[in-house]
Ligand binder design. Structure first.
Ligand SMILES: Nc1ncnc2c1ncn2[C@@H]1O[C@H](COP(=O)(O)OP(=O)(O)OP(=O)(O)O)[C@@H](O)[C@H]1O
Ligand SMILES: [Mg+2]
Length: 729
């Protein structure tokens, strides 16, 4: 048995190197490594991103530096977005024949009740509507008068969730973003000046040296985070700024400051488009243009402030005095669900308003002339100057990402403290259970049990930490990569290297406490090898966490999938099922099980050279005999470490592949049927008398006006900043 077992073990131990599977893994790993290390960053970018995201012009950078912005006018017509439901064979319209225009130097607000399609419209205009086979999107999008199916201008998209590395300060966040996005700025002084200007412009000087923070460490405020998001997006000096509900989650004061920033940016020549829920009147007065949407249809699009009030008063809906115009408009275009009669009457009113606007849209919408000549002159320049954005070299990207990953890993005190405490606590618990094992026959089983739980504990600790954090980090990386900041190769290599010192500390603490307590093989070299195996296993398990995090969309899904996969590896971990007895169809699982390789390494390290007390001839006398029973007799520690390292590299390669494959894909806009493009549609004349008169609510007394203004306060639970942080503890 020993002989055949040894043969089996030999085959398995060398399995990853010599078997077909091993060769395949090694070849794939080598191919990916070659890809990761070869060539400068842009070569590694997916083809689409080069097309879609890297169409930037060098001179825009200068523009950003000096405050000049290439003016961009976006005009959209006949935008229709529908969602088909295969099961019920029904089609739901998210946007119906929407048109509008956003002009440079003006702040456009998209307003409407919840679910009216504001975010959908914003995403479509920015070309960021997540692709889905159920969606159908058609319409005409013009940029500076030219039909544009692809982005040909620089744009910034400030999303509802603010994504940051929590341990970096505001200044460091901006400085690193500038280094990654603007390799043209080569000197530290120029970069500092650029960042300082940006901090000043966005009003972040007072918190420039505070860390961004997370749920565990208090950092900057919600409004400051929103403005930091804006500042990060401004680095590439975009022509157009999209902001999805920039005020949600902020108090009225912070909300006004953010909108003031947007207004300032519009004054600097940017085209600014934001979606917004019922703003207070002081915020409303900052908008130059508004688009009013209800149930995906257009109720009004054109100049803001008094123009919509005048327009609706002509239709018989006058805004009472002392009422916030934004509240009046919101009431006007919302369905009142308080009773079936009110639903009917409000629906009728809204249908009338939609129809009315569709007849008059061309006169209202394009009422504000734009300097067509200037813009078209600029657009010619702008089209000609389309060149691929410069990126830093592979090494530059790598060193910047290494610096950032190191700052994040080393400064995350609360997470590191918890990890250290957990490592020491579990070592103390295991050490107490297996306290000072002797050399009796029964101690053989104890040793195997301890080594197995040590392998499981190490892998689980590393896996859960990584799957708890990586999906969030991936969201940041996806966004940065969509901007073409860096390639995946330098990111993954820098992540692996930056986490080595911190990641190695915890398994070492675990080993240092457990080893003497359990009185494992008492030589210093064996202790060193034990720590080495535990550290490599921890990194391989972390790599598995990265793969799981890249495979699934959310942290919750990763938390469900990661431990389930690890359970399979535990079953084939070498202790519960002997390698020789593993059914042929499952023989590949122990070969890729990190737990099994770690357990095998621990056993060889522990048992080889040990002598046990024995009384009977059938007792196990030496450690070699114990190893033989586990089918590990022919194996070497080096082989187990090499196998773990191969698994680690293989998992990194899979992560690379998954991240490339799972990057966000956006819905393509199709041309609408030609009969729908007509600016003036042939609709039945609309008789305003038929529309039920809007019953303005009575003007509230002054004390109620106060409380109405507070209604505008955001629903804080709706949106929470999304910050890279350690695992929940
Ligand atoms: N990909 C999608 N799949 C299914 N439904 C969608 C999709 N995108 C949007 N919707 C639906 O379209 C409608 C409009 O969504 P959207 O997010 O644009 O509304 P909104 O005006 O931004 O609302 P809110 O003010 O609450 O953010 C909603 O009813 C939403 O459920
Ligand atoms: Mg929205």
């Amino acid at each position: 048995m020993a002989g055949s077992g040894g043969k089996g073990v030999g085959q398995i131990v060398t399995g990853l190197g010599e078997s077909g599977l091993g060769k395949a893994l090694a070849a794939i790993a080598a191919a990916f490594l070659f890809r990761m290390f070869s060539g400068p960053g842009p070569a590694l970018l997916p083809e689409n991103s080069a097309d879609d995201d890297d169409i930037d012009d060098q001179s825009d950078f200068d523009g950003g530096h000096t405050g000049n912005v290439v003016p961009v006018t976006i005009r959209w017509r006949s935008i229709t977005c529908s969602l088909s439901d295969k099961s019920s064979k029904s089609v739901r319209f998210l946007l119906k024949n929407v048109e509008g225009e956003a002009k440079p130097g003006r702040l456009l607000a998209i307003m409407g009740p919840s679910g009216s399609g504001k975010t959908t419209l914003l995403n479509i205009l920015a070309g960021q509507l997540t692709a889905s086979p159920r969606l159908h999107l058609s319409g005409l999008l013009e940029v500076n008068g030219n039909p544009s199916m692809k982005k040909t201008y620089k744009f910034a998209f400030v999303r509802q969730e603010d994504l940051f590395f929590s341990q970096l300060t505001v200044r460091e966040t901006l400085s690193l973003a500038a280094e990654l996005q603007l390799p043209e700025i080569t000197t530290v002084e120029a970069r500092d000046e650029y960042v300082n200007n940006l901090l000043f412009k966005i009003g972040l000087v007072s918190c420039a040296d505070s860390i961004v923070g997370d749920a565990k460490i208090r950092g900057i405020s919600g409004g400051e985070k929103k403005r930091l998001s804006l500042a990060c997006e401004l680095i590439a000096s975009p022509s157009v700024i999209f902001a999805d509900e920039p005020t949600t989650g902020l108090d009225a004061f912070q909300a006004e400051k953010v909108v003031e920033n947007l207004r300032q940016l519009a004054e600097d020549g940017h085209t600014v488009i934001c979606s917004i829920h019922q703003p207070r009147s002081s915020v409303y007065s900052k908008f130059d243009d508004i688009v009013l949407l209800t149930e995906g249809a257009l109720v009004y699009a054109g100049p803001a402030r008094d123009a919509p009030l005048e327009y609706f008063s002509k239709l018989g809906y006058s805004c009472p005095d002392h009422v916030n115009p934004a509240e009046f408009l919101a009431d006007l275009i919302s369905i009142d669900y308080s009773s079936s009669a009110s639903v009917d009457s409000s629906q009728k009113r809204i249908d009338g308003l939609v129809e009315s606007f569709s007849q008059q849209s061309s006169t209202i919408l394009y009422a504000t002339p734009i300097a067509i000549r200037d813009v078209s002159k600029d657009s010619v320049k702008f089209e000609r100057r389309r060149i691929v954005r410069k990126k830093g070299s592979w090494w530059r990207q790598f060193s910047l990402l290494l610096k950032r990953a190191w700052m994040q890993a080393s400064r995350d005190g609360p997470t590191n403290k918890v990890r250290a405490r957990m490592s020491i606590a579990s070592a103390i618990i295991f050490g107490s259970v297996f306290w000072r094992m002797g050399r009796s026959q029964t101690s053989i089983q104890d040793r195997m049990g301890l080594l197995q739980v040590a392998a499981i504990n190490t892998a689980m600790a590393a896996l859960t930490k990584t799957v708890g954090v990586f999906p969030k980090e991936r969201a940041i990386v996806d966004r940065e990569r969509a901007k073409g900041c860096y390639a995946l190769g330098p990111y993954l290599v820098s992540k692996l290297l930056a986490e080595i010192p911190v990641g190695a500390a915890f398994p070492l603490m675990f080993g240092a406490v457990l080893y003497p307590m359990a009185r494992l093989h008492p030589t210093f070299s064996r202790f060193g090898k034990f720590c080495g195996i535990v550290t490599v296993e921890s990194f391989a398990a972390s790599a598995m966490g990265l793969t799981v995090g890249a495979m699934v969309p959310t942290t919750e899904a990763a938390m469900a999938v990661g431990p389930s996969l690890m359970t399979v590896f535990i079953v084939f971990g070498g202790y519960y099922v002997n390698a020789e007895n593993t059914p042929i169809i499952f023989r590949w699982i122990p070969r890729i099980s990190l737990i099994r390789w770690a357990f095998e390494g621990f056993c060889i390290n522990e048992f080889r050279g040990l002598e046990f007390d024995h009384q009977h001839s059938y007792d196990i006398q030496t450690g070699e005999q114990a190893l033989d029973r586990l089918s590990f007799a022919q194996s070497h520690i080096r082989d187990t470490v090499v196998a773990q390292s191969r698994i680690l590299l293989f998992l990194y390669c899979i992560t690379y592949r998954l991240m490339e494959k799972n990057k966000p894909k956006y819905q393509q806009i199709e041309l609408p049927p030609s009969d729908k493009i007509q600016p003036e549609q042939q609709l039945e004349p609309f008789n305003t008398d038929q529309v039920e008169q809007y019953q303005p609510k009575e003007s509230p007394p002054p004390d109620q006006i106060e409380s109405n203004q507070q209604l505008e306060s955001p629903e804080i639970d709706q949106i929470r900043p999304f910050i890279l942080e350690g695992p929940a503890v």
